[in-house]
Design a protein around this ligand. Sequence first.
Ligand code: MN
Length: 261
Amino acid sequence: MADEDNENEMQLHQNMNEYDGQNGSILWDCVIISDLHLGSEVCQAQELERFLEWVVSRTRMLIINGDIFDDLNFKRLKRHHFNCLRIIRRNTDRPDFRVIWMRGNHDGPADIISHIVGVDILDEYLFDNGPLKLWILHGDQFDTIVSGYKGLTEFFSALFRGIQMVVPLRWCRWIRRLSKDFQRNTPVIRHRATEEAKRRECNSVTCGHTHHAEDTVVNGIRYINTGTWTEQTPCPYLWIQGNEMGLSQWPGEEQATLEFK
Ligand SMILES: [Mn+2]
């Protein structure tokens, strides 16, 4: 199995190199986004659609690091939400491009989600190009509130969805932010993720989950959180090029050079 994986990986790199010669628009080895919350009223699906359309021809790999969906009620998906899924699915068969889906706590059981997106959903993934050993996982694994009180978390999620239907969007974002701040999980996840990354001999780690985008160093381990696509734009994404990586925002400077159909 491991050999097969290795072979697939080598084939992918070979395809990528061949493709490089034909296309000068590739900017990055990998792009990572998280916490899209498709189906949620506060999801920036329209901007996400524009971003995905743009990024699929500019990176060799796209990793969606959890909370792809807000919940498993797919009746809540609107046109732009479906368009986002369509763009990703349309590009999954390309030999020069790879999409990796990671599970988040909002996504429900991995087998159901795998069936919907048509590929395997991973709990964690290691991006390793030699100098950069980046451990990728959603981060809810370190959240004692979510993992310790499942029933309570579900209750508040349902309550929040109820509130969302009757108050303006601006308030929804504010309430969501307040509840995340109240849980105070941002420092806990930052601390535990970097500790565990160190134990695994990775020099960097990226999570989502907290919806708080940041790029910092803790005990010599680089920690990048990719925030969320449910806040006001611009929305964050992590890019990797060689042994460099960083957070950028969409829409940003790149967009100035864009032409949309
Ligand atoms: Mn989330």
